[in-house]
Design a binder for this molecule. Structure first.
Ligand code: JHZ
Ligand code: ZN
Length: 398
């Protein structure tokens, strides 16, 4: 693909991370022969500055029943979504009989919290979740029209870790045009390219993350669909995200935070190719340092186990070449991942109970974004003399 998925401008290649498996295609040993691979190449649009993948994965390969991501299993993420809902109850959703939509619904935590406060709510998700009402469809003008006919306009349309995964953003904006109330807000949060570059958070780059947003590119995207970026907010989750608020043109003025972030991005040269080239050389430095460390520890006879079979770690393991020879297994709390092999590098996934049976000397924390929560939960590992290996923002032992 050589044209921008948002504005059809020309795409220029920024980095090639090679042949990669789908990040959440955990494989059963008997299915290894049918594993799907694609080329993970990132480019930037010369016109609107949107950073995006240069190859689109066929959607039927990506969305499926039993999708193994369950944010509600993290106490930090559960609180994050509950707090989000609670804040809206005090701000955006104070009118008479408000109505909230979530596109893709992250175990339904946000909507359930709104529902408990008596707010009408609906998830729009093709695979569906339990516990909240779901309109089983992709969010587009068709499903938006059906929802509007049944429930009326939406005061808020929210999406977390979802919009960056939708190459066809035009269909999302077409749905918003139909469904959003005149002064309604479209609020979405995704990994922030500025934070990825600042912290060498390279492993946010994988198949499901099609777009790598900045305030500049989101503003251009909103403008091109006749809407306006009116607020930005930094979020600490998942290694640094931005929550963007978009409104119908003329309904709200952009906040000071939008102007400040745009100026910050300009000063940091976020849209410059040299800045991205620097990011790529930092990634390669991380790769060398981590491979040296793991090899060295292994040579000295130390045991190493992986922790957190994240989607992100597909990029780390496959781009760096970390397989069962360096990390014999990885522990993960997600039942559907246990007993499988990680995509591409085929490291066996086991339940966290096996972490202590016996404790390894070192644990490679693939779920580095949940470091505080996991280290607190696994305090006994450290007490027993175990050490964590982290690699974002740089390789270190803690
Ligand atoms: P976590 C997924 O990415 C995919 P992943 C998706 N594209 C996305 O953007 C983010 O989520 C939001 C395990 N774990 O959250 C559970 C423990 O074992 O970093 C998960 O498999 N013990 C939608 O997969 C993994 O780690 C624990 O205590 O990179 C964490 O995955 C905790 C807290 C997690 O997202
Ligand atoms: Zn573009």
């Amino acid at each position: 693909m050589t044209t921008c998925r948002v504005c059809t401008g020309p795409l220029r290649e920024l980095a090639d991370f090679g042949r990669q498996p789908l990040s959440q295609a955990f494989v059963r040993p008997e299915d290894l022969a049918t594993e799907f691979f694609y080329q993970l190449v990132v480019g930037r649009c010369a016109d609107c500055a949107m950073v995006q993948l240069m190859q689109e994965i066929p959607p039927d390969k990506m969305v499926h029943e039993g999708y193994p991501y369950h944010p509600a299993n993290s106490t930090v993420m559960r609180k994050h979504f509950q707090d989000t809902a609670t804040r809206w109850l005090e701000t955006t959703l104070t009118g008479p009989d408000p109505f909230a939509i979530e596109i893709g619904c992250n175990d339904g935590v946000t909507l359930r919290t709104l529902g408990e406060a008596g707010v009408r709510h609906l998830a729009v998700d093709p695979s569906g979740v339990t516990g909240v009402p779901v309109h089983r469809a992709f969010f587009n003008s068709e499903s938006a029209a059906e929802i509007r006919a049944e429930h009326g306009p939406a005061d808020i349309v929210y999406a977390a870790n979802t919009i960056c995964a939708q190459p066809d953003v035009a269909s999302i904006f077409a749905g918003l045009e139909v469904l959003l109330a005149p002064d309604g807000l479209f609020v979405f949060e995704d990994p922030y390219l500025g934070e990825m570059l600042a912290r060498t958070g390279f492993d946010q780059i994988y198949d499901e993350h099609f777009y790598y947003f900045t305030a500049q590119s989101v503003q251009a995207m909103a403008d091109s669909f006749g809407m306006r970026l009116v607020d930005v907010e930094r979020l600490p989750v998942h290694g640094g995200q931005i929550r963007y608020s978009i409104a119908r043109r003329g309904s709200r003025l952009p906040s000071v935070a939008v102007k400040e972030l745009l100026a910050e991005e300009e000063a940091a040269g976020l849209a410059d190719d040299t800045t991205f080239a620097q990011f790529v050389s930092q990634i390669d430095a991380t790769k060398d340092a981590l491979l040296n460390l793991l090899t060295d520890l292994g040579d000295k006879g130390h045991s190493i186990v992986g922790y957190g079979a994240t989607a992100k770690s597909a990029t780390t393991a496959n781009y760096f070449g970390i397989g069962p020879d360096l990390v014999p297994f990885v522990c993960d709390s997600t039942p559907s991942k246990q007993g499988t092999l990680t995509p591409g590098m085929h490291i066996p996934v086991r339940p966290p109970a096996e972490f202590a049976d016996p404790y390894p000397d070192y644990a490679l924390l693939f779920a580095w974004n949940h470091a505080d929560e996991i280290m607190a939960k696994e305090k006994a590992f450290r007490d027993a003399g175990g050490k964590w290996i982290l690699y974002v923002p740089e390789v270190r032992i803690v």
